[in-house]
Design a protein around this ligand. Structure first.
Ligand code: HEM
Length: 139
């Protein structure tokens, strides 16, 4: 079980590296005024990162489901239900990143770099809340 938990944490950490970095690429894309090599390079980086972080997220979730459903850790517990709700929000955020990336790829970005800086803080809040829930198990 400790091996599964270790790999869960490793893949969650790697997934979050992407969730923190991709919106930083959006900040830079939103500051590039016109099509050109800089924009193309940022779009290439964003596309590759999104594909890779999706894979990392899926593996992290599979290990989490393994701990929950097979080892029954947190089964029926309030903190687990709260955590799962926040994980759903995190998955929605991940999907939203994909939508925003597609908007950039099709020249349809509608947000400023300041908006992306604020957007970038959402995973920080979710990470904080989820870690506090699994470690403190307050209810
Ligand atoms: C469907 C998704 C997920 C499920 C079912 C799940 C389930 C679990 C379970 C059952 C544990 C063991 C808890 C314990 O030993 O007390 C665990 C540990 C942990 N999870 Fe998840 N998890 C998921 C996603 C996430 C995400 C997205 C994060 C990060 C934001 C995360 C962060 C952690 C951490 C840090 C631990 C270690 C807690 C400790 O050992 O004290 N998990 N997870």
């Amino acid at each position: 079980m400790l091996w599964i938990k270790s790999f869960h944490i490793i893949f969650v950490t790697a997934w979050f590296a992407g969730l923190f970095y991709l919106p930083r690429i959006f900040v830079n894309l939103a500051m590039v005024p016109a099509p050109g090599p800089e924009r193309d390079r940022l779009l290439l980086m964003g596309g590759k990162l999104y594909r890779f972080m999706t894979l990392l997220g899926v593996v992290a979730i599979v290990f989490g489901l393994w701990l929950w459903l097979l080892y029954r850790i947190g089964a029926g517990a309030g903190w687990m239900h709260a955590k799962l709700t926040l994980v759903l929000l995190l998955i929605a955020y991940h999907g939203w990143c994909g939508k925003l990336l597609a908007d950039f790829q099709h020249g349809r970005n509608r947000h400023s770099h300041v908006w992306y800086r604020v957007f970038n803080e959402v995973p920080v809040l979710l990470l904080t809340a989820i870690v506090l829930l699994v470690v403190l198990k307050p209810f």
